[in-house]
Design a protein around this ligand. Structure first.
Ligand code: M6R
Length: 619
C-alpha cells in the first residue's frame, strides 16, 4: 500500500527501449496505489547516476523531465504518497547521499529517523528533504566511508532502522545491483530473461515476467540481471546475524490477470483494504505519539471541542467525543458536518473544532471548518491525505497513515481514524492530569496490540462472516444495537451493510430499542449486538432477551468473557477481551466482513455501490 516501488536491472538484449521508459511504464501500473510525486534514478553506460523527480502526475512529470529518453542498465523508480514532508520536488524520491552516488526509494515509515538524522547531521551530512527516507542513503554513505562494501553498508543501515519499510537502492560504485529490504511493506522480486525486477506489486512487471519470489519481513539482499541473493536478519540479544535464504524453492508463477494483480489477488478492493487494516493501524500507531503531540497540547488547554465528520468519519468522531469526555474530562460533542451550521453560531474564541475526513475533501466538513475558523475557533484536520483541502484550510493537521483507499466503503481509514483519535484523547487526558501516566501507558499498549488483534480477527472471522452472509443476503432489514462506545461501532456496521449490501440496517442505542424500534421485530429479524467490554454486557443482556422474546435472530460481536450474553446468541463473533479503547478500534472488523460477504452473495459489486461516490464534494 501507499508508495509504489520498481527496480529493474538488465543486461544487453533485455529490450530495445530506454530504461527510463520501462520504469515509467511500471510506475503507471502502480498508479492505482495513489501518489502525489514521482521520480526515478538510472545508472547509465557512461557511469552516471541520473535522477529525475518532481511533484505531480506521472504523464506530466515524465514528459517534462524526459523519462522516456533516459537510457541505462540499472534503475529504480517511485510513486510517493506523502507521509513525512509535504508533496514537493525535494521530498519526491529517489533520495541520495551527499555525494549523489547512492539513490534510495522507500515505502513505509522510519520511526527513528529523527534520532538517525541528528546523528548524521552531527557527522556533517547535508539533507535536502524533510523525509524520513533520506537518512538511508546517508547512513549507507557513512558506513561505506568506514570501509564497508555497499552491500555490507546497506545491511548495517537496515539493522538501525525501526518502523516499516520496503526499500530499493542503487549505488554508482556497485552499479550492477539493486539492493532491497522488506519489513511490513510489500516487496516482490520478478525473475525475467536478461533482467530482474523488484517491486511493491507484481502488476509493475507482469508484462515482462510471471515468475516471482515474494519477500517476507526481515529479508534483504540484492538482484543483478542473473542473480538473486537474499538473507534474513536475525536479532539475538544485542547482536544481529544475517542468515542466507534459499529462495529457489520459493519461486512461483503468478496466474493473475493484470486486473486481479491490481487487487493483489483479492476479488475486490474493499476486501483487500479490509485485509490491509493491520498494516494501516501499525503505520498510523507507529507515528501516533509524534503526530498528536502538538494538537494534544492545544486540546489540554481548551474547554470545548466540537468534532465534525460525515458518514464513517462521523462515527469516528462519536467514539472520539466519548473518549474526550470520559478520559480527558473535556466537553466534547460530535456533529454530522452537514448539520454543523446550526451549532456554529454558539462557537466562541478558544473553542476547538476538529474536522475528520479520510479524503480531506468532503465539502460539508470543509465548510464546517471554514465557518468555525471565521468565528474564531481553532480548527484541526484529521485526514488520510496530506495537503488535502481540509488539511490546508485548518490551522493544524494530523494524519492517519492508512494508504489510499479505493473501495467506496471506508474500512481501513475508519479503524485508523479511531486508533489515532483515541491516542489523541488519551494523550489529552494525560496532559490534563486526568489520567496517570501509567494508566495512559496501558491504553497506548492496548492500542498498539490492535494490528495483531485485527490480523487474528481477519483469520478467525472471515469464514464465519461468509457463513452468516448466506442468511443476511435473504434479509431486507436488520437492527444494529450497542451502548456507549459500542453504539458508534454498531452504527458503522449498519452503514456498511446499507451502503454495499443494500440491506436496510438501522443502528440504535440498545436501551432505546424498546422505545419504538422493537415494534418491527418478528421471527427471524436479525439484530446485531455490539458489546465491547464485560461492563457493557451487564447493560445489554436484557436488551438481547427482549429482542429474542420477539423472535429476533441475535448476532453478537462480543468479548469472550461476556459468557452470559454469548449464551443468548444465535450467532456470534467472539473477540478477545481488550481495553474498551482497543475494542472500539477493532470490533468493527467482523461487521465489515459481514457486509462485504452479504454484498458478494447478492451478486453486488462492493467497490462501486449504486448512488455513492468515494468523495462527496457537493452539498
Ligand atoms: O472522505 P470522508 O471521510 O470525509 O467521507 C465521508 C463520507 O462520505 C464517507 O465516510 C462515506 O460515508 C463512505 N461511503 C462510508 O463508507
Amino acid at each position: 500500500m501507499v508508495c509504489g516501488i520498481i527496480g529493474i536491472t538488465t543486461e544487453e538484449g533485455f529490450t530495445q527501449e530506454p530504461l527510463g521508459k520501462l520504469i515509467k511504464d511500471a510506475l503507471k501500473r502502480l498508479e492505482y496505489r495513489g501518489y502525489d510525486s514521482v521520480g526515478l534514478a538510472v545508472i547509465t553506460e557512461e557511469g552516471l547516476l541520473k535522477i529525475r523527480k518532481s511533484k505531480g502526475m506521472i504523464d506530466a512529470v515524465s514528459q517534462r523531465l524526459g523519462f522516456d529518453s533516459i537510457s541505462g542498465f540499472n534503475g529504480i523508480g517511485h510513486t510517493r504518497w506523502a507521509t513525512h514532508g509535504k508533496p514537493s520536488d525535494e521530498n519526491a524520491h529517489p533520495h541520495t547521499d551527499c555525494l549523489g552516488r547512492v539513490a534510495v526509494v522507500h515505502n513505509g515509515i522510519i520511526e527513528n529517523y529523527k534520532k538517525l538524522k541528528e546523528f548524521l547531521i552531527g557527522e556533517g551530512h547535508r539533507f535536502a528533504s524533510d523525509t524520513d527516507t533520506e537518512v538511508i542513503p546517508h547512513l549507507v554513505e557513512s558506513f561505506k566511508k568506514r570501509g564497508l562494501s555497499t552491500y555490507e553498508a546497506f545491511k548495517k543501515t537496515i539493522e538501525l532502522l525501526e518502523g516499516a519499510y520496503a526499500l530499493a537502492m542503487i549505488d554508482l560504485e556497485d552499479p550492477g545491483k539493486i539492493f532491497f529490504a522488506k519489513k511490513m511493506s510489500p516487496l516482490i522480486i520478478g525473475l525475467g530473461n536478461k533482467g530482474n525486477f523488484v517491486a511493491s506489486d507484481v502488476v509493475a512487471f507482469l508484462n515482462h515476467t510471471r515468475r516471482v519470489i515474494v519477500l517476507v519481513d526481515g529479508e534483504a539482499g540484492y538482484i543483478t540481471p542473473r542473480e538473486v541473493v537474499v538473507e534474513r536478519m536475525v536479532r539475538e540479544g544485542g547482536s544481529v546475524r544475517w542468515l542466507p535464504v534459499d529462495v529457489e524453492r520459493r519461486v512461483r508463477v503468478v496466474e493473475w490477470s493484470p486486473e486481479m494483480a491490481l487487487k493483489e489477488g483479492y476479488d475486490f478492493f474493499m476486501l483487500k483494504e479490509i485485509h490491509e487494516q493491520p498494516y494501516a493501524l501499525a503505520s498510523t500507531l507507529s507515528a501516533a505519539n509524534e503526530s498528536v503531540s502538538d494538537v494534544a497540547r492545544v486540546l489540554a488547554k481548551s474547554e470545548r471541542v466540537l468534532l465534525l465528520g460525515a458518514g464513517t468519519s462521523y462515527h469516528a468522531t462519536l467514539i472520539t467525543a466519548l473518549l474526550f469526555r470520559k478520559y480527558a474530562n473535556l466537553w466534547a460533542e460530535a456533529l454530522i458536518s452537514s448539520e454543523s451550521r446550526w451549532w456554529l453560531n454558539a462557537l466562541s474564541q478558544g473553542d476547538v473544532v476538529i474536522g475528520v475526513s479520510q479524503s480531506g475533501e468532503t465539502i460539508d466538513t470543509l465548510r464546517g471548518i471554514r465557518e468555525a475558523k471565521e468565528r474564531g475557533a481553532l480548527t484541526i484536520a484529521v485526514t488520510n491525505v496530506v495537503e488535502s483541502a481540509i488539511a490546508r484550510e485548518a490551522d493544524m493537521a494530523i494524519y492517519i497513515r492508512a494508504g489510499p483507499e479505493i473501495g467506496v466503503a471506508a474500512t481501513k481509514t475508519f479503524t485508523s481514524q479511531v486508533a489515532l483519535l483515541s491516542y489523541l484523547a488519551i494523550k489529552t487526558g494525560e496532559l490534563r492530569s486526568v489520567l496517570k501516566p501509567s494508566v495512559a501507558a496501558n491504553i497506548y499498549n492496548a492500542l498498539r496490540e490492535t494490528p495483531e488483534i485485527v490480523a487474528r480477527t481477519l483469520k478467525e472471522s472471515e469464514r464465519l462472516a461468509s457463513l452468516l452472509a448466506d442468511k443476511m443476503s435473504f434479509k431486507n432489514n436488520a437492527y444494529y444495537l450497542g451502548r456507549g462506545l459500542g453504539l458508534p461501532v454498531a452504527m458503522e456496521g449498519a452503514l456498511k451493510m446499507k451502503e454495499i449490501a443494500y440491506v436496510h440496517a438501522e443502528a440504535y442505542p440498545a436501551g432505546e430499542s424498546k422505545h419504538g424500534p422493537i415494534a418491527l421485530v418478528e421471527e427471524g429479524f436479525p439484530v446485531v449486538f455490539v458489546i465491547l467490554s464485560k461492563e457493557e454486557e451487564e447493560l445489554i443482556k436484557s436488551n438481547i432477551e427482549e429482542m429474542k422474546a420477539r423472535g429476533a435472530y441475535a448476532i453478537l460481536v462480543s468479548p469472550n468473557n461476556a459468557e452470559e450474553a454469548l449464551s443468548l446468541a444465535d450467532f456470534s463473533f467472539v473477540m478477545p477481551a481488550l481495553h474498551e479503547v482497543a475494542s472500539a478500534t477493532s470490533y468493527v472488523v467482523p461487521l465489515q466482513l459481514l457486509a462485504y460477504y452479504t454484498a458478494v452473495k447478492k451478486g453486488l459489486d462492493p467497490d462501486k455501490p449504486r448512488n455513492l461516490a468515494k468523495t462527496v464534494t457537493v452539498f
